[in-house]
Design a protein around this ligand. Structure first.
Ligand code: PAZ
Length: 363
C-alpha cells in the first residue's frame, strides 16, 4: 500500500532570509538576554499603567576590525541629541528606553559630564569639609537632580548600552519586537549614528592586525627572535606610495543591511517611527531625507547637517512640506535645537545669512 508521504515527511526548512543570515552570522552582544529581560519588564510595567513608551537610540556605532577588538571605525555622535530628547520625552510623560553607545552622554548627567562641563567645576568645599554645589550653579543642579531622581524613583528610564553595529542591530531588533504589541502607543526615535559599512565576520581577523612580520616566525612554529629585517620594518617611518602594498592595511567593507525596512515591515509595523538623517552636503540633505521616508514608509525623518545640527533641523513627513526649525542666532550660545528650538518664532532675519537664504528658498 502506498504511504502518504505528505503527512509523514517534515516540512522543508524555510529558506534563510538575508535578515536571518545577518543575525545568524554576526554574534549577539553577550548581555542581550539580560537586556531583553530588563526591557520586557520595563515595557510590561508601563504598558499596564497605560503610559506611552519611547525607544530613543543615541550615539554612534563602531565597526570592529578585529574580533578581539583593538581597532575599530567609529561613527560621529556624542549622544547629545538622544540624551537631551530623552529628557523632553520624560517631561512629556513618556517612559524612555534609552539604547545608547556605551559611555556616550546620558539624560541628566549630560549636563555635568562633558569635557567642558566637568562636574568638579560645579562643586566647592563647604565650611565643615563637606562638598556642596557652587552658589551660582546650585539652582540648575537642584532642578536636574530632582528630575533625575523622579525618573529613577518612578522607573521611567531604562538605559541599555551598545558598542558595535552588530550589538546595536541585535538590541534594536529585540527591543522593537517587544514593543510590537503596543502598536502606535510605542514611539521609536532613532537618533543613533549608525554605520553604513562593516567587516563581515568571515573576513575579520581574530587577533590584533599586525603591522610588521615580527611574529611570522612564531606563528610558523619557529621560536627564533625577530631578524634585523623585522626591526628595520618596525622602525620604518616611510608612508610614501613606495611602501609595498603588503605592508598597508586595506580595509574592505560590506554594506550594512538596510534594517529600517525590516523594522518598519516586520519588527514593529505599527509603531510610530521617527528616524534621523545626518549629512554634510546641504544640497542633498532634504533629498536624502525624503528618499529615506519614501523608501522605508515611516512617519518622520529629521534631517540635520553636521556643521549646523545644534541650530537647525528639517522635518520631512509624508504629504507635508519640509519644515525647518531653527534657533535664532542670538540664542545659539545658550540653547541648542534639542533644548527646545521653536519653529514658529524664528524670523529669517534673525538667522545666519546662509540659513536665512535657505528659509526664503523654501516652497
Ligand atoms: O549625538 P549628537 O548630538 O552629537 O549628534 C546627533 C546626530 C547628528 C548623530 C543625530 O541628530 C543624527 O542625525 N542621527 C542619525 C545619523 C545618521 O544619519 O546615521
Amino acid at each position: 500500500m502506498a504511504s502518504n508521504s505528505n503527512s509523514s515527511a517534515a516540512a522543508p526548512p524555510a529558506p534563510e532570509t538575508p535578515e536571518d543570515q545577518y543575525f545568524n552570522t554576526n554574534p549577539p552582544p553577550k548581555d542581550l538576554d539580560r537586556h531583553v529581560a530588563l526591557a520586557r519588564d520595563f515595557i510590561n510595567f508601563h504598558a499596564a499603567a497605560g503610559r506611552p513608551l519611547v525607544l530613543v537610540t543615541s550615539g554612534g556605532t563602531t565597526v570592529p576590525l578585529e574580533k578581539q577588538t583593538v581597532r575599530f571605525i567609529d561613527n560621529f555622535s556624542a549622544g547629545t541629541r538622544g540624551a537631551t530628547s530623552a529628557e523632553y520625552f520624560l517631561e512629556a510623560g513618556y517612559a524612555v528606553l534609552f539604547l545608547h553607545r556605551q559611555f556616550s552622554l546620558l539624560p541628566f548627567s549630560r549636563h555635568y559630564s562633558h569635557a567642558t562641563d566637568c562636574f568638579l567645576d560645579f562643586l566647592r568645599e563647604g565650611p565643615d569639609g563637606s562638598v556642596v554645589a557652587r552658589d551660582e550653579d546650585a539652582g540648575k543642579m537642584l532642578h536636574v537632580l530632582r528630575q533625575y531622581r523622579d525618573a529613577r524613583d518612578r522607573n521611567l528610564l531604562l538605559v541599555l548600552p551598545f558598542v558595535s553595529i552588530s550589538d546595536y542591530l541585535h538590541e534594536l531588533r529585540s527591543v522593537t519586537r517587544l514593543l510590537r504589541p503596543l502598536g502606535p502607543q510605542a514611539l521609536l526615535y532613532l537618533a543613533a549614528a549608525v554605520s553604513d559599512f562593516f567587516v563581515p565576520p568571515e573576513r575579520m581577523s581574530e587577533h590584533k592586525i599586525q603591522s610588521t612580520n615580527a611574529v611570522d616566525s612564531v606563528q610558523k612554529g619557529n621560536k627564533t627572535a625577530p631578524t634585523t629585517t623585522d626591526e628595520e620594518i618596525f622602525d620604518n617611518f616611510d608612508s610614501s606610495p613606495a611602501v609595498p602594498r603588503s605592508k598597508r592595511l586595506v580595509v574592505d567593507l560590506d554594506p550594512v543591511p538596510k534594517f529600517l525596512k525590516n523594522l518598519v515591515e516586520g519588527w514593529s509595523p505599527q509603531g510610530m517611527i521617527v528616524s534621523f538623517k545626518l549629512e554634510t552636503d546641504p544640497t542633498i540633505l532634504v533629498h536624502k531625507a525624503r528618499y529615506s521616508l519614501e523608501r522605508y514608509q515611516h512617519h518622520l525623518v529629521i534631517g540635520n547637517l553636521l556643521s549646523t545640527r545644534k541650530w537647525e533641523v528639517v522635518f520631512v513627513a509624508p504629504g507635508l512640506p519640509d519644515r525647518w526649525i531653527r534657533i535664532p542666532i542670538h540664542k545659539q550660545q545658550h540653547k541648542s535645537i534639542a533644548d527646545g528650538g521653536s519653529a514658529a518664532a524664528t524670523p529669517a532675519e534673525e538667522l545666519e545669512p546662509e540659513a536665512a537664504a535657505v528659509e526664503k528658498d523654501e516652497p
